[in-house]
Design a protein around this ligand. Structure first.
Ligand SMILES: C[S@@+](CC[C@H](N)C(=O)[O-])C[C@H]1O[C@@H](n2cnc3c(N)ncnc32)[C@H](O)[C@@H]1O
Length: 289
């Protein structure tokens, strides 16, 4: 068993505890605009503790960040996540940070690294920032902020990715969790709302679906002509849905598709019904599932 390195998981637990505990206690010592950034400096909802670069890289990889993305780091500290996203992934990025000394430092660093056009910094409260247009949200901030942000993040466009260093959303389980040396980071993909009843057409085939949903977890039941048809492998990731219908009289049919509000459409592997679409309908028993 390898010996524990100093500065490893235990040290990170201590840092995380600082993120949690020190903010409220030290609010009165908020740094002045000209102060150099200092690890542990206080702010409204968290102290400043930076995410190591190797963790940032894996978080952005896990979120599949590309040039097409707008990455928003809520509580951006010294700006390292937006700058990394712009510099190494070609993304546009915004850091939202309350502390003026950190914002000034971030802007200077983005300029020095030649990414000031793609990595911007806004001084303000993260709770006031309009997230419209963001495709990736980055976080390293304590549980009470995570709890308050959760409903807003769930209301973002399906497929928006949320990555967090260390902290999670409680009952909203991550889609993926990675360990990078001694650190943990999580990914959530904002799920489309698919709950309720759907009428499906695939070639000449007609069947109905009743979907129960808790965050990204879905339970799908299917019926054809009033008879239950087994469904397996139902999965939702953002707006992408898939499920396989197991028909007693035919081969299993995998359906993959996209949710677009009250409609879904996609493909199957079956030659006689290569495409399918579905429309959300009132449930027969009137229940909202
Ligand atoms: C733990 S640090 C994370 C910094 C950076 N995201 C990273 O991962 O390296 C949290 C940051 O949130 C900032 N912060 C705390 N409360 C805030 C608020 N209400 N609005 C904006 N920034 C805030 C702190 O000043 C600090 O820089």
């Amino acid at each position: 068993m390898p010996a524990r390195r100093p500065g490893g998981a235990f040290a990170h637990w201590l840092l995380a505890a600082c993120v949690l505990l020190a903010a409220g206690a030290a609010r009165s010592q908020t740094p002045a605009a000209a102060d150099p950034p200092r690890i542990g400096q206080p702010s409204r909802d968290s102290v400043w503790v930076p995410t190591p670069e190797r963790v940032i890289r894996r978080m952005l990889q896990m979120a599949d960040v590309t040039e097409a993305d707008l990455v928003v780091d809520l509580g951006s500290g010294d700006g390292r996540i937006p700058i990394y996203a712009a510099r190494h992934f070609g993304a546009r990025a915004v850091g939202v940070e309350l502390e003026e000394n950190l914002v000034r430092y971030s802007i200077a660093r983005a300029q020095a690294e030649g990414v000031a056009e793609r990595a911007r910094f806004v001084r303000g409260d993260l709770f006031d920032y309009d997230l419209a247009g963001a495709t990736v949200i980055a976080l390293y901030i304590g549980p009470s902020v995570m709890r308050r942000l959760k409903p807003r993040l769930l209301a973002l466009a399906p497929g928006t990715r949320v990555v967090s260093h260390f902290f999670d959303f409680g009952d909203w389980a991550p889609d993926e969790t990675i360990r990078v040396e001694d650190r943990t980071a999580h990914l959530w993909v904002v799920p489309a709302d698919v709950r309720g009843c759907w009428r499906v057409e695939a070639g000449a085939d007609r069947f109905s679906l009743a979907i129960e949903q808790v965050y990204q977890k879905i339970d799908v039941r299917a019926e054809r002509d009033g008879r239950r048809v087994p469904v397996l492998g139902a999965r939702l990731r953002g707006a992408e849905i898939e499920f396989t219908v197991f028909d007693p009289q035919a081969d299993p049919r995998s359906h993959r598709g996209r949710v677009e509000g009250e409609r879904m459409r996609g493909t199957t592997e079956a030659a006689d019904a290569p495409t399918w679409f579905a429309v959300r309908t009132p449930c027969a028993d009137g229940a909202a599932r």
